[in-house]
Design a protein around this ligand. Structure first.
Ligand code: AHR
Length: 498
């Protein structure tokens, strides 16, 4: 019972696009109000931005954040959220059945994102809006001056254009739950026509078309094929979404779900390449996995929330140690496919299925899943190396051939560092691992951090914010160009080497 990986600096999957470590903030629950924005909170700045939350986000080095939805965006009028705050309307928000007070909108998010040190992936409304609003919001955001919408932005106090580069053409338009749900042909047409006018307004933008809402959708992968038939030459990315849960309390299967994520990515990439061939195109379609995470803990509680409240506690999953292992496996799955997946968003960032939790008026803390996300974002920059892995495997009823070892190495040439990310999926036994770094010469261990806990259901809370937290007492040792480590049962490992 042991595992081995060989990596070589010449066998490169990709130069990882940093945006693979993106995240997502929707006007949903307490993500915005009581999350990133809470005027009057002891740590809020003069604009109402919570500095305790900002500091946790800055440590994650989040490169890009998708905003403002999500299902929310398909009924959202962006104009409600700009201009003097006392003139902004409160609206019935139909996706999550709340009241949206519109005290935070486009310009506030741009200001906030600058402080957070992140780029923006703006999703437009293609549920109740269409081509006109698509070009208007882009003119408002990105056009210099001398036109109605750009001058309106200037009158709102923003002389410089926002230069938002990445735009999503709607959200989950294949989902019957979506406001303005469409067939693949209906969506393909409006996405194509919106894309055309948006690029006439600003040719420097990048566009993301909606793929399926999950691998389980009945219209997948026909949806991808039809949508790309209409949009292929007008967009740069196709989106993917998928959430994972452990409703049956079958942890061995839950830990294997990242294999399904990889299968999903490969099938969507194949569908893109099929349309590429059909169109005799030279262009490769890239993937934006812009919603992924564990989501299931809060499902029952959400059914009991009364409608028409402002910022009720929706989708507040409290994450366990085992969820952090799954998030680690999903991150590795994204890295293994980083030749096609160029953007990805952990959904979401604050309070709503999120690595960061807050109390209204109180403290902010990191959930278990914060740590693998932070490790990957901070140390997983550079080149993803092909993982040649030998590992014992196991079967469950739902998934077969799950390797106990899930791993990848990232080479950061600038820093002269290799980082090995590794999950031991074995719930009962530790796993000896040998990593052969034959092309790197003499190696030295900088640090071996481990996230593990005797109780797989252990969580963090405002009372015990540090119950699940990584330690640096991992046992990795270097011997020439080989690294040996014994990975603890059910553990997430980050071995940094130079
Ligand atoms: O992230 C929560 C929701 O999940 C999003 O609003 C929607 O796009 C998806 O169904």
């Amino acid at each position: 019972h042991h595992a081995k990986m060989i990596v070589d600096k010449d066998f490169v999957i990709s130069t990882i696009d940093d945006r693979i470590y993106g995240s997502f903030i929707e006007h949903l629950g307490r993500a915005v109000y009581g999350g990133i924005y809470e005027p009057g909170h002891p740590s809020a700045d003069e604009r109402g931005f919570r500095k305790d939350v900002l500091s946790l986000i800055q440590d994650l080095r989040v490169p890009i954040i998708r905003y403002p939805g999500g299902n929310f965006v398909s009924g959202y009028d962006w104009k409600d959220g700009v201009g003097p705050k006392d003139k902004r309307p409160s609206r019935l928000e139909l996706a999550w059945r709340t009241i949206e007070p519109n005290q935070f909108g486009l310009n506030e998010f741009v200001d906030w994102s600058r402080v957070a040190g992140t780029d923006i992936m703006w999703a437009i409304n293609l549920g109740t809006h269409g081509i006109d609003e698509a070009r208007n919001i882009l003119e408002y955001a990105n056009h210099t001056s001398g036109s109605y919408w750009s001058d309106l932005r200037i009158s709102h106090g923003y002389k410089q254009p926002h230069a938002i580069k990445t735009w999503c053409l709607g959200n989950e338009m294949d989902g019957p739950w979506q406001i303005g749900h469409k067939t693949a042909v209906e969506y393909g047409r409006i996405a194509c026509e919106s894309a055309k006018v948006m690029k006439w307004v600003d040719p420097t933008i990048e566009l993301v078309a909606c793929g399926s809402s999950s691998r389980g959708m009945l219209t997948y992968p026909e949806w991808e094929s039809t949508v790309l038939d209409h949009t292929y030459e007008h967009v740069e990315f196709l989106s993917m979404h998928n959430y994972y849960g452990n409703h049956e309390n079958d942890t061995a299967t839950f830990l294997g779900r990242s294999l399904e994520m990889e299968d999903f990515i490969k099938s969507v990439a194949a569908t893109c390449d099929y349309i590429k061939a059909k169109k005799r195109s030279k262009k490769t379609m890239y993937l934006s996995f812009d919603e992924w995470n564990v989501w299931f803990h809060s499902n029952e509680a959400d059914k009991k929330i009364e409608p028409w409240q402002i910022a009720p506690p929706q989708l507040e999953d409290i994450y366990t140690m085992e969820d952090a292992l799954v998030v680690g496996c999903l991150l590795i799955a994204l890295l293994k496919n980083s030749d096609r997946v160029r953007m990805a968003c952990l959904a979401q960032l604050v309070n709503v299925i999120a690595p960061i939790m807050t109390e209204n008026g109180g403290q902010a803390w990191a959930q278990t899943i914060y740590y693998p996300y932070m490790h990957a974002s901070v140390y997983g920059r550079g080149q993803a190396l092909v993982p040649l892995v030998q590992s014992p495997k196991y079967d469950t009823k739902a998934i077969t051939d799950i390797p106990y070892l899930e791993t990848i190495a990232v080479y950061n040439e600038q820093a002269g560092e290799v980082t090995v990310f590794a999950v031991n999926r074995d719930l009962n036994n530790s796993l000896p691992l040998e990593v052969d770094l034959r092309s790197f010469g003499e190696c030295r261990i900088i640090e071996h951090s481990v996230l593990e806990n005797e109780d797989l259901k252990a969580t963090n809370s405002s009372v015990q914010p540090n119950r699940v937290k990584p330690h640096s007492n991992g046992n990795a040792k270097a011997d020439g160009s080989k690294i040996n480590a014994v990975l603890g049962k059910a553990s997430w490992n980050v071995i940094r080497i130079n």
